[in-house]
Design a protein around this ligand. Structure first.
Ligand code: GDP
Ligand code: MG
Length: 626
């Protein structure tokens, strides 16, 4: 295992795990994982540093080697999983079976993208490596900054490369490693200037001095001063590393061996040994420092996550509570559970219909109020229409017959039919109210069954079937009652007419009769003479009054009676019957087992919630421990 990887496992891994688990819970909006980009002049040793850090061999050599930005995405797989690589660029995507093919594939890709030779391309080559021995980290190798264009390169190659580099290092999640060989003057380094531009505070910029073995004799002290941060001061400071040179590659020195050699190099070096002792030298130390930077970077984004996690924890706990613990294994306990559940359900159903509080925030009374409100409005409206019609008709009569004295012409029947028709018109709307309320009550009952019997599908199905049949039964009883009520109201109409003609009308008749008797002293022609002498106008007014008040009486009945029938049948009776039918289920022992068998999905959901809870708690612990 290489050094960064080791550091990573110990320090960054928990952060990454945390972020992963958060991500899988959807707690945070894609928190960008840190990427490490290396920038520097051509052949300064960028690829070599990346290689040493990641343990993955990259194309390297003299001249321009990295000609496209190469994103090396490392993904850690579980122990024992096979190494797996994938290279993708433009429209191509290719699997890489063998780690030793990586270099070749990258060269091929570069040739395709930037042409064979010395050109560069802005397009990204993405290399994904999945293995149990790599960290979850993205490293970006960028083309080196060329000072002058070589043959075959465009004049502005320098600008092109700079723009490309800027694109990467301006990202907040990118940590810039500025690679400067020990044998050049750091003050003239373009890459460092660029990094400072993009990261003025120096929070995510680190300078790596390379090729200490190639240092110009006599300049060693300057190098030591530079690393001591005495030449150009940088917040994050400097590191110095020695990577595999061309000769090491030829001699097939492995990356692990190279680390040993590096250690020996610094340890034995007259000038650089101090740097080693101070912890400023070697790839492992660089890895350590990078790790700290990464951890720092991740930590900074954590506080806001803690809140979100706590919120999710609460939610999950509440949800888990709703799922309960599942049916008990013991027979008696199971029976008790069933009794408890069914009793609670039927009591809730009764509470619902009496307008008491019921645990589930279900409510039928707002619907009742609304529907009965509609009903009253309908009655009023219909009454007003009727009045207008009668008045119009009466006016027409008067207009036509005023002053004439025709016997028995005032046809009471006309008005009676009018009223009866109006009343008939109320019947269907009343039945409609009943159906609508019935629908709502059925739905609410079913909803209640669902929430009361969560996890017990058989119980839900049984309850649902009962609810449906009871409601249907009660609805048709209620409908019959309503229709009867309307028939009765029409009967009242007859009585009401009797009343009006016998009492008030005949009173007035008798008065008139008596007057006449006094004058003539005879009863002869009594009947016709009364009618003749009656004032048409007065009669009409009186009739109108009776008819209006008759409608008023009926409408009062209906305003009272219809809601009563509905409430009685649809609410009270149905809830009571539901209770008795549900409780009867306890009699059927073999059926109990079936009723209490739990939903497979619910069991699974509970397990999922439990693991989610564990996950969250783990994430929370991580966070708190940080
Ligand atoms: P890049 O162009 O910046 O990616 O540079 P490379 O990583 O390809 O390195 C350029 C050359 O320098 C290669 O031949 C490397 O082997 C060599 N090189 C890199 N680091 C060292 C070092 O520390 N010492 C020596 N002697 N050679 C090195
Ligand atoms: Mg390179």
């Amino acid at each position: 295992m290489n050094t960064l990887n080791q550091q990573y496992e110990e320090k960054v891994r928990p952060c990454i795990d945390l972020i992963d688990s958060l991500r899988s819970l959807g707690v945070e909006k894609d928190l960008a994982l840190p990427a490490i980009a290396v920038i520097g002049d051509q052949s300064s040793g960028k690829s070599s540093v990346l290689e040493a850090l990641s343990g993955v061999a990259l194309p390297r050599g003299s001249g321009i080697v990295t000609r496209c930005p190469l994103e090396l995405k490392m993904k850690r797989k579980k122990e024992g999983k096979k190494w797996y690589g994938k290279i993708s660029y433009q429209d191509c995507e290719e699997k890489i079976e063998n780690p030793t093919d990586v270099e070749k594939k990258i060269r091929e890709a570069q040739n395709k993208m930037a042409g064979v030779g010395v050109g560069i391309s802005d397009d990204l080559i993405s290399l994904e490596i999945c293995s149990p021995v790599v960290p979850d980290l993205t490293l970006i190798d960028l083309p080196g900054i060329a000072r002058v264009a070589v043959k075959g390169q465009p004049e502005n190659i320098g600008d092109q490369i700079k723009r490309l580099i800027q694109k990467f290092i301006k990202r907040q999640e990118t940590i810039s490693l500025v690679v400067v060989p020990c044998n050049v003057d750091i003050a003239t380094t373009e890459a460092l200037k660029m990094a400072q531009e993009m990261d003025p505070d120096g929070e995510r910029t680190l300078v790596i001095l390379t090729k200490p073995d190639l240092v110009d004799k006599g300049t060693e002290e300057t190098v030591v001063k530079t690393v001591h941060n005495e030449v150009i001061h940088l917040k994050k400071g400097y590191m110095i590393v020695r990577c595999r040179g061309q000769k090491d590659i030829k001699d097939k020195v492995s990356l692990t061996e190279a680390i040993e050699r590096e250690k020996a190099f610094f340890n034995d070096h007259v000038h650089f040994q101090t740097l080693y002792d101070e912890g400023h030298a070697t790839v492992p130390k660089l890895a350590e420092k990078l790790t700290l930077t990464l951890v720092h970077h991740i930590k900074r984004s954590l506080p806001q996550l803690e809140e979100q996690i706590e919120e999710k924890l609460e939610q999950t706990q509440a949800e888990l509570e709703r799922y309960g613990t599942g049916p008990p294994t013991d027979d008696t306990e199971r029976r008790v559970l069933l009794i408890y559940k069914v009793t609670a359900f039927t009591q809730d159903a009764i509470s619902l219909t009496t307008g008491e509080e019921c645990g589930d925030q279900l409510n039928v009374f707002s619907t009742l109020r609304r529907e009965f409100g509609k009903w009253n409005a309908h009655l009023d409206h219909s009454g007003k229409n009727l009045n207008k019609r009668i008045e119009r008709e009466v006016e027409a009569y008067e207009e036509k017959y005023r002053g004439r004295e025709l016997p028995g012409f005032i046809n009471y029947k006309t008005f009676e039919v009018m009223v009866k028709e109006r009343i008939k018109h109320l019947e269907e709307p009343a039945v409609l109210r009943l159906k609508e309320i019935g629908d709502v009550v059925r739905k609410v009952f079913i909803q209640l069954a669902h929430s009361s019997f969560i996890g017990f599908p058989n119980l839900i199905t049984t309850a649902e079937a009962r609810i449906k049949s009871i409601m249907q039964q009660k609805e048709s009883t209620a409908e019959a009652m309503l229709r009867t009520q309307f028939k009765m109201e029409l009967l009242v109409s007859f009585q009401d007419r009797t009343y009006s003609s016998c009492s008030s009308l005949s009173d007035r008749m008798r008065e008139a009769e008596e007057k006449e008797d006094k004058c003539k002293g005879t009863n002869f022609h009594k009947e016709s003479s009364i009618v003749y002498s009656m004032d048409n106008h007065a009669t009409l007014q009186e009739l109108m009054l009776h008819i209006k008040s008759y409608y008023k009486i009926v409408s009062q009945h209906l305003a009272h009676q219809i809601p009563l029938v509905i409430r009685y049948q649809i609410l009270q009776e149905s809830a009571i019957q539901l209770q008795s039918e549900m409780l009867q289920m306890f009699q059927d022992k073999p059926k109990l087992e079936l009723l209490l068998s739990e939903d497979y999905d619910i069991g699974r959901k509970r397990v999922a919630l439990q693991s989610r809870l564990k996950h969250l708690m783990k994430a929370h612990t991580y966070l708190v421990e940080f």
